[in-house]
Design a binder for this molecule. Sequence first.
Ligand code: FES
Length: 150
Amino acid sequence: MTRQLIWSRRAVLRLAWAGVVAGSALTVRPLVQYLTSKEDRPRSPLVFYDKVPEENTDWQHVPSSRVWVKRDHQGIMALVATCTHLGCEVNYHQEKQEWLCPCHGSIYDAEGRPLSGPAPKALPRVAVERKADGSLIINTAKQVGLDVRL
Ligand code: FES
């Protein structure tokens, strides 16, 4: 015994409407996520750091940023660990005293000068200021020379 399926015009329209509602629900969520995403919003170039490095210690990473700070006998300096080839984040290897780029193998010396690989120039040094409470403000939009210290 076969069962015959009878589609009324009303049933077809209800099914089509349900499809439209379901399709809309599936596209609204990604749209809302895209519109509320913080990834594309411009970030402030200022990085704040309240742990002033001791003199003659190695580079210290400033959390939630690509900024590293160091202090020598001349003062405090800051570097942005962004490869000058195509912008990958470089990693500091304390034992080797070198910055290594994982993307195409550029190697920089401890001061950020390129040693090998496709990187065309040194890692960017950026301006450092000290607030009244002693903490640091690093301006990643303001590049300075390798010899500049706070
Ligand atoms: S991005 Fe670093 S070597 Fe290419």
